[in-house]
Design a protein around this ligand. Structure first.
Ligand code: ATP
Ligand code: MG
Length: 504
């Protein structure tokens, strides 16, 4: 029913897609996978009229169609949930959900708000969004905003529903609910296109998978009989590795960071832990278990009502992120990079150098462009950020490459203590291996002390050597992941079971 034929698309300095053809059938979930920058979002944007292809065509019901804008796609019942969070913060949840069709509620010059709210509530319930629909969107979490965008796409009876990494901010529960919903939607004959870096989801829900690499289609295969390893092989052209990261030299002496008796009304009560120099300490738990919230207290983004934080054995007074960074050399790589981490309208070099401006400034106080560019280049190379150069705007990078920029920013800050929150959400498998190695090297080679917050069990077991398990704003357990000499001696199964017991 929907075909794309010989699509080619270039941007200045980069060919995003070359000669890509795929067929999509009614009632199928068709996954599109590939590394960061492979061209997935570009393909989707062409199918939604957001970009025009340089060559090739989109064929719908046997007719080539020309889509000049997203509106044209909507008119043909092609709906998109984009990779970027696009909501209007100052409007209500209901308005955001019904955004594309508010005009349908207009009669005799009046908008029927009661019906809008009623209908919106139905779609909110469908995606398991449990906030009042009359409330404003501002202040909601990233996951809630993502659910609003999904509800919006569902509300317009799409024939073709396109979702670009819809689950990147969702919890396990919300994700399961969404996958269930997709199965139901496809049984009604809707075509679902689904982009995800989480191959477990792809295997669970897709019927077909198309793999892109460097803008070319590697192939389209039925999911039945396909393994995760085979998909990875198609994506990156080699097998995935589980790196054996080796052994860390953790200093047993004075803690780099210690929290004692930290309390916050309604949340934490008397929480304490110590992070040693050169250590990678894992914070594991479900989304909402208090890991990020504790990190926010440590870096001065949130207030505590009691307790103390010591850095290098001395009582620390941290009232803002600037205190944390400039007085105590402690940085925080936010999980919320899409919204908080980057200045999208600025070039890569400015984003990377933002935390080191005070060092790059010359004596007249202006930032030296050359120094900024050099710093940016160094990190772009180290993290393999795919871009035309340090001057490229962050807004025109692929989603995963934007993530890498925000990580680079904190690496550039040269902190002694780094809190890294969900570093590999939205990044591809190759980059994930790379980021794991990088976190490891920071501790091993540069003696940095690192807290790694992650909901990804393999990730935390592979990278952290001691893991604190969080549940309901409490530290409910500590799992050691190494032998006396610092090397990992226990198997994955054993450690994951022990973590599971604390969470039960
Ligand atoms: N508006 C734009 N201007 C310039 N270059 C762009 C633009 N949009 C995308 N690109 C480039 O095209 C290439 C493909 O990007 P695309 O966003 O399609 O990747 P992707 O597969 O969606 O990656 P990710 O998994 O990181 O989201 C990248 O090199 C990207 O930098
Ligand atoms: Mg993308």
């Amino acid at each position: 029913m929907l075909h794309i034929r010989h699509i080619t698309k270039s941007f200045p300095g980069v060919r995003a897609l070359s000669d890509v053809s795929v067929d999509f059938a009614p009632g199928e979930v068709h996954a599109i996978v590939g590394e960061n920058g492979a061209g997935k979002s570009t393909l989707i944007k062409i199918m939604c009229g957001i970009y025009a292809p340089d060559a090739g065509e989109v064929v719908l019901d046997g007719e080539p169609v020309t889509l000049h804008a997203y509106k044209d796609a909507l008119d043909r019942k092609i709906n998109l949930v984009s990779q970027e969070i696009q909501v209007i913060p100052k409007s209500t949840v209901a308005e955001n959900i019904m955004l594309d069709k508010l005009d349908r509620y207009l009669s005799r010059g009046r908008i029927d708000w009661r019906r809008i709210n009623q209908d919106a509530a139905r779609y909110a319930e469908l995606v398991d969004l449990t906030v009042p629909v009359k409330g404003l969107v501002a202040g909601l979490s990233t996951a809630q905003k993502q659910l609003i965008m999904i509800a919006r796409a569902l509300s317009s009876d799409a024939r073709i529903l396109i979702m670009d990494e819809p689950t990147s901010a969702l919890t396990r529960h919300e994700t399961d609910n969404l996958l269930q919903l997709l199965r139901r939607i496809k049984s009604e004959g809707v075509t679902v296109l689904f982009v995800s870096h989480k191959l477990e989801e792809v295997l669970a829900v897709a019927d077909q998978v198309s793999v892109l690499r460097d803008g070319s289609l590697i192939g389209t295969r039925p999911i039945a009989g396909l393994t995760k390893e085979q998909i990875v092989q198609m994506m990156i052209g080699r097998d995935a590795r589980t790196l054996d990261l080796g052994k860390l030299d953790v200093s047993a002496g004075r803690a780099a960071l210690e929290a004692r008796g930290v309390s916050q009304a309604g949340r934490f009560h008397d929480v304490g832990f110590a992070l040693h120099r050169g250590e990678i300490l894992g914070f594991y738990g479900l989304v909402g278990s208090g890991r990020t919230e504790l990190a926010e207290i440590l870096i001065g983004e949130a207030r505590k009502d009691g307790g103390d934080v010591f850095i290098d054995g001395k009582l620390a007074r941290i009232h803002s992120m600037a205190d944390s960074l400039f007085k105590y050399r402690m940085g925080y790589v936010s999980e919320n990079r899409k919204e908080k981490g980057l200045i999208l309208s600025a070039p890569i070099r400015t984003n990377i150098a933002i935390t080191v401006w005070n060092r790059l400034c010359d004596r007249f106080g202006s930032i030296q462009l050359a120094a900024e560019t050099a710093t940016a280049r160094q990190f772009m190379q180290a993290l393999e950020i795919r871009a035309t150069g340090p001057h490229q705007m962050v807004s025109s990078l692929s989603g995963g490459n934007q993530q890498k920029v925000s990580i680079a920013k904190w690496l550039a800050a040269q902190c002694d203590i780094l809190i890294i929150d969900e570093p590999t959400i939205g990044v591809d498998i190759g980059a994930k291996e790379y980021i794991h190695q990088l976190i490891w090297d920071l501790a091993k080679r540069e003696g940095k002390s690192i807290i790694l917050i992650s909901s990804d069990m393999p990730e935390i077991i592979n990278v952290a050597r001691r893991i604190l398990v969080f549940k309901d704003f409490k530290i409910v357990g500590e799992v050691r992941n190494n032998g006396e000499d610092g090397a990992r001696v226990r198997g994955y199964e054993e450690i994951s079971q022990e973590i599971g017991q604390f969470l039960a």
